[in-house]
Design a protein around this ligand. Sequence first.
Ligand SMILES: *Cc1c(COP(=O)(O)O)cnc(C)c1O
Length: 339
Amino acid sequence: MIVDLISDTVTRPTKGMLDAMMNAKVGDDVFMSDPTVNLLQETAAEMFGMEDALFFPSGTMANQAAIKLHTQPGDKIFCDKWAHVYNYEGGGAAFNSGVTCKLIDGDRGMFTAEQLEVAVAGRADIHVPFSRLVCIENTTNKGGGACWDFEELIKIKKVCEANNLSYHLDGARLFNALVAKNETPQQYGELFDTISICLSKGLGAPVGSILLGTKEHIASALRVRKLFGGGMRQAGFLAAAGLYALENNVDRLAEDHRKAKQIESVLHTLSYVKKIEPVETNILIFYVNDDMNADDFIAKMADKGILLTPMGDGKIRIVTHLDFTDDMLEQLLKELKSF
Ligand SMILES: *Cc1c(COP(=O)(O)O)cnc(C)c1O
């Protein structure tokens, strides 16, 4: 038995999801006539109380389109130093939009409104890039699935308003945060100008992300998506998986969180574990003792069929997901205890 805990993207569509895909009504989505894509977009927009939504092939493209539509080349955006948009999108902010990133030194991928205020302050004349956009990420990926305090997000919004900045949420794992903190999509819809969500992470769809925003934003996003080569034809087969995921796989994220907590409690009892980052959702980051090499540990676990991710600096990452069964959890805990 292989226990793959590399990411929550390793899941395969279930029978129910595949049936939904096979039975989807489709059309040519570049002509906006795929009924299932249209339904997914309407469903998501309604869920968040936002005007409109657009289906994308990936979360990266949805975020990159958002950056593009909020900025002009030469502008500046603000994000945490661990942000996915800065670290893991191939330098796309510079490549696609010609913008620079002002990085904020946050905690586990999260900064405060005061830190943003300091970052925004300073001269605004011909010498400096225009400040345009603030990007936050919830939950944080590199930050170990941490959830933002919603009150802080409101304070950040006020700083955005005072400085004429747009506010984008990279919500690749937003549903994990909603479930963990008992929050609603509408709360986020009210606060942000644009939001991206991934259907292919914890929600278990094979492909797809959604960008949400005003009618105007989404009209621009449609043009940008075409420009990026992301216009798809009978995408309804994929959208059907997304609809199925939104209907069936949101509440069950609590189970992924419970399993991560269970792993955390076992790690706390093991003498070779040096430190565990607080576990809030489905991502668990821990460190082994200095006399033990993290890469060695990962290689030895892989020999036993347990796949984990090295995060550098002795950090090891575990991500729980839809295909991580109770039997696999037992197997993992057994191997961790006997290591
Ligand atoms: C996975 C992820 C994305 C984008 O992912 P794709 O692999 O391009 O779909 C964006 N932001 C965060 C925080 C992510 O974890």
